[in-house]
Design a protein around this ligand. Structure first.
Ligand SMILES: [Zn+2]
Length: 271
């Protein structure tokens, strides 16, 4: 992953983390707190609309992301910590899609942008250079346990005829195994869903503390089990909770008074 500045307008630019594993024909990125208009505690590029920030600020921040993305339209669903993936096609109304209860979007409509909103959960982007299809997934611990990665691959294979070995995957900034300590019920959920979770580094033991979960490691294993090649999976090592530069919004750090980051990808091809 590397940070690149994307010019918006009026001399403003938005820095985004981009993956070198996703082909350049797919415009994509993971946002940070930088480049928006919101005031603390949402400063400044808050892209979430339901956490108390003003609607005008969120709308301007989303406009900036849309311009930076180069997409014809940017879609986001109503995330519910499940594994449903909804297909987006040219002509779909973003205001209709945003009412769909889903944690994944997929499309092969050139120029259509798919996004997820996060603040500690994992934003996941998938691109298929062979079919020009792509997907954006939101995976917190519930969605990860429920098989969000598996569902994302299945949606691309079933809808667009993608082959898993062609897919490129990027896992963005999220709460890391350095900070994501959880109760025994959550540990039990991971161990039940993923036999060998401790040996595989999904559940991380810490001396004298609660166990911690490595969400990106669990998603990586799910993608590989679904047929994605290890060398086609790119994972950020950034932790939204303890980033030294404070670049990210974190639900755990801020309670409910937090903004949201976005991960987005734009379907490739002629537009
Ligand atoms: Zn951390």
């Amino acid at each position: 992953m590397e940070t690149k500045d994307f010019p918006v307008d009026g001399g403003v630019s938005v820095p985004l983390l981009v993956s070198t594993t996703i082909p350049a024909s797919f415009r994509h990125g993971f946002s940070t707190r930088v480049g928006g208009v919101s005031a603390a505690p949402y400063a400044s590029l808050n892209l979430g609309s339901k956490w108390g920030d003003s609607a005008e600020n969120v709308a301007e921040n989303r406009r900036r992301l849309l311009v930076a993305s180069g997409a014809r339209a940017m879609y986001a669903a109503c995330q519910v910590h499940g594994t449903r993936v909804v297909r987006v096609a040219a002509g779909d109304d973003p205001d209709v899609v945003k009412r769909e209860e889903a944690d994944g979007l997929c499309s092969d409509g050139a120029g259509l942008g798919l996004s997820v909103h996060v603040a500690d959960c994992v934003p996941v982007l998938i691109a298929d250079p062979c079919t020009s299809a792509c997907a954006a997934l939101h995976a917190g611990w519930r969605g990860t346990v429920a098989g969000m990665a598996t569902a994302g691959v299945a949606a691309l294979v079933g809808t667009f005829g993608c082959r898993p070995e062609d897919l490129r995957v990027a896992l963005g900034p999220c709460i890391g195994p350095c900070c994501f300590d959880v109760g025994l019920a959550v540990v039990g959920a991971f161990e039940a869903a993923w036999p060998g979770a401790r040996a595989a580094g999904v559940v991380v033991e810490t001396a004298g503390f609660q166990p911690r979960i490595d969400l990106r490691q669990c998603l990586r294993l799910q993608f590989q089990a679904a047929g994605v090649l290890p060398e086609h999976i790119d994972a950020s090592s950034d932790c939204t909770h303890c980033d030294p530069a404070g670049r990210f919004f974190s639900f755990r750090s801020s309670g409910r008074l937090t903004g949201q980051l976005a991960g987005f990808i734009v379907a490739a091809g002629e537009s």
